[in-house]
Design a protein around this ligand. Structure first.
Ligand code: NAD
Ligand code: ZN
Length: 361
């Protein structure tokens, strides 16, 4: 048996107001006069107070990200070219000394992806997979402004490419530094707060109930789940702090275990129907009583408490071709199903099972 050699984020700052320390963090990277930093910031912050607090100076570059769609390889490549063209004009083509991703899972993944593509040639689609990245990335800093995905902690950047939705998974993908400032997640719209928060809750349920579970992953997963319960069932006064830590710890938990049935189904919903990760997970989780009875029961209590209603009947007008594509996408995620059923998962995960689950959504 070979165990995973787990790369984690080496430096992190946690606390309200800690965003102000970004300037100090970057000062350590700036050594020459024409050194510059690229800030990739979710456009939602452009005319908000956070947009005014970006510590850009000198030749730094601020790019406002369009996250209407979840990150695509084409977008990553376009952003990379934009940085390279700017660098060619301004600083003789040298790379930035740091790339800072600020926003939700989408912006955090774009930050990682651009940092990787600045040092690895050939376009991001050619690196979708495991350990295909050859060169270390540019120094990169992640700052979440909505919590749940665990993207701040993970070794992947999830991208939709020409023929698949798959991350660039590598040790180089992991952020060099994260700043977790609970102030930044205030003001997230309620529905989105819930969907992205449930991503974290579902990571824990799937990890804790999976065959890959071990004490390392359980330690993080159980604590993260307790925090989710405090946030979503008890409206704890420190909910922002708790959700931010839950997200990070949920990410740590699945990094040493795996997600499960809900994420497999949700990938299909996303790839074929364009559902975003958080809401797609909620829609899928709501039909998984047989897989995660207790988890789904509590999830419904959380939905009721926060007046969340999910779209229903979403697959009823779907073409047979799309349904089959969705089933293929979901059944292709071998490690996720192995985590659910163990090594003999292929006997269990039949097209009929998946069709039946999709039909209930
Ligand atoms: P998101 O980043 O798409 O953001 C959701 C919405 O919230 C957007 O409209 C965004 O503009 C808005 N938003 C963000 N911060 C805000 C704030 N402070 N105030 C108001 N609005 C704000 O959503 P997400 O759920 O965080 O991330 C989903 C993405 O993360 C997907 O692309 C998914 O594939 C990816 N993901 C990555 C990993 C990983 O490990 N890399 C894990 C899970 C999901
Ligand atoms: Zn997830």
């Amino acid at each position: 048996m070979k165990f995973r050699n787990f790369k984690t984020v080496p430096k992190m700052i946690f606390g309200r107001g800690s965003f102000d320390q970004l300037d100090d963090v970057l000062a350590d990277e700036r050594t020459e006069l024409d050194d510059f930093v690229v800030f990739l910031v979710d456009e939602v912050h452009k005319d908000k107070p956070l947009g005014q607090r970006i510590p850009a100076t000198g030749k730094d570059m601020v790019i406002w990200l369009d996250v209407t769609d979840e990150p695509k390889t084409t977008y990553v490549d376009a952003l990379t070219v934009e940085v390279q063209e700017y660098a060619a004009k301004q600083v003789n083509g040298k790379n930035p000394v740091s790339v800072v991703g600020i926003g939700g899972g989408s912006a955090l993944d774009l930050g990682k992806a651009v940092a990787l593509m600045l040092t690895n040639e050939g376009g991001s689609a050619s690196y979708q997979g495991w350990d295909l990245i050859k060169n270390p990335a540019v120094h990169h800093v992640g700052i979440p402004t909505i919590s749940g995905t665990g993207a701040e902690a993970s070794r992947t950047t999830v991208l939709t490419g020409p023929d698949k939705k798959l991350g660039m998974n590598s040790d180089y993908t992991v952020y060099d530094q994260i700043i977790m400032d609970p102030d930044l997640i205030q003001g997230v719209p309620k529905d989105q707060w819930f969907y992205t928060g449930m991503d974290c809750y579902i990571h824990n349920i799937e990890a804790l109930n999976g065959t890959y579970i071990n004490e390392f992953a359980r330690a993080f997963g159980e604590k993260s789940l307790d925090l989710c319960n405090e946030v979503f069932l008890q409206d704890h006064p420190d909910s922002d702090e708790k959700l931010m830590m839950a997200s990070y710890m949920g990410g740590q938990s699945i990094a040493y275990s795996q997600v499960g049935a809900c994420h497999a189904l949700s990938y299909g919903l996303s790839y074929v129907m364009g559902y975003h990760h958080g809401i797609g997970n909620c829609i899928a989780f709501d039909v998984l009583d047989d897989f995660y009875p207790e988890g789904v029961k509590v999830f419904r209590e959380m939905m009721a408490k926060h007046n969340i209603t999910l779209p229903k009947g979403i697959t009823k007008d779907l073409s047979e071709e799309d349904m089959e594509k969705m089933i293929r996408t979901a059944s292709g995620l071998a490690p996720l199903w192995e985590n659910v059923y163990g090594p003999s998962w292929q006997e269990k995960v039949t097209p009929e099972l998946l069709r039946n689950l999709y039909s209930k959504m």
